[in-house]
Design a binder for this molecule. Structure first.
Ligand code: PBG
Length: 333
């Protein structure tokens, strides 16, 4: 006998890969347009879209484009949007972050008016609104060194969240990484009877080299120093579990890990320790890499994007904030 029964494979995983129907039946992770949240940048000073050079296919938008974007998201069955604002004026303490006539509140209103059922999330941070570009207000410590003032920043974040919620945002998403911001925002929302507004916390956010293109899109690169004093060190995973647990205790309704691709292990670990819905942010640098490689014919963009988005879901994310949202939704039909 050429092959004895003992060595001949009787267990053959390939049996289930023989046809598209079988593969579809046993597929563990699937993608749907409803899994995607589309980030949008509204610039108060624009009358027409302004392409972001480092993010092909992404533009800063005038507020007047908000309603059309909402209709597009609905048409494609996108899960929701997250809005960022570029205000006309910036100052040291980010006061335009809580201007009720700022680009984000105005865009929220327009989108909700056009498509009331569309999920609208707002990014809550001060870096787009401060002239120094840091995610918090600054102060000099006893030694004279300039530092981000955690507790003074909470006040501004809370005011911005209330303004966004009053404009109609379903969810507010603090991305600043200050300690205690989830509790401060929850308290402020509840004090204004905005008890139905949910908080999606950027709970586990790393000081990442993959945010470069975003800083052009949102015009928020720090003018000096970096964000390592408040965003997490890329070497740390246990610390991410602690951040997630603290935000859950403080009242976060959903958690997020950011970036996604270099942190799939962190997504998987956070997934195991929380029952809250978990999102992941497929950030600007991750998007730019794919676009650059695809433009040069080095990879098949559609295949690569759908594979990466699947990997983020497989790691344990329930939903994905991604600039690929519109394309991916179209590809999924
Ligand atoms: C801060 C914020 C950033 C991103 C989302 N919110 C930039 C940063 O922390 O420097 C990055 C998103 C991306 O790179 O796509 N408001």
């Amino acid at each position: 006998m050429l092959c004895s029964a003992a060595v001949f494979p009787t267990k053959r995983p390939r049996r289930l890969r023989r046809s598209p129907a079988l593969r579809a039946l046993v597929r563990e992770t699937t993608l749907h347009p409803g899994d995607f949240i589309l980030p949008l940048f509204f610039n108060e000073a624009l009358d027409a879209p302004r392409p972001v050079g480092t993010m092909p296919g992404v533009s800063q938008l005038p507020v007047s484009a908000a309603a059309a974007q909402a209709r597009l998201c609905k048409e494609l069955g996108i899960g929701g949007t997250i809005l960022f604002g570029l205000p006309r004026t910036k100052d040291a303490s980010g006061t335009s972050a809580y201007d009720p006539d700022g680009p984000v509140p105005r865009a929220v209103k327009a989108m909700k008016e056009a498509v009331p059922e569309l999920l609208v999330i707002t990014d809550v941070c001060v870096d787009e609104y401060t002239d120094h570009g840091h995610c918090g207000l600054l102060r000099q410590d006893a030694s004279g060194a300039v530092d981000v003032d955690n507790d003074a920043t909470l006040e501004v974040l809370a005011r911005a969240a209330v303004v966004h919620a009053r404009a109609g945002a379903d969810v507010v998403a603090p991305s600043d990484m200050m300690d205690g911001r989830v509790a401060a925002i929850r308290r402020a929302l509840d004090a204004e009877s905005l008890t139905g507004t949910a908080i999606l916390s950027y709970a586990v956010k790393y000081a990442s080299g993959f945010y470069g293109p975003f800083r052009e899109a949102a015009d928020c690169a720090p003018k000096f120093g970096d964000r390592a004093g408040y965003q997490m060190d890329p070497g740390n995973a246990r610390e991410g579990l602690r951040e997630a647990a603290l935000d859950e205790e403080e009242g976060a309704d959903m958690l997020m890990v950011k970036p996604a691709l270099a942190y799939l292990d962190v997504i998987a670990r956070v997934r195991e320790v929380t029952t809250l819905p978990l999102g992941a942010y497929n950030v600007s640098g991750e998007y730019a890499m794919i676009k650059a490689a695809a433009e040069r014919g080095m990879i098949d963009e559609k295949r690569a994007v759908l594979e990466l988005l699947t990997s983020i879901r497989r790691a344990g994310a329930d939903f994905i904030l991604t600039y690929h949202a519109l394309d991916a939704a179209r590809w999924l039909g």
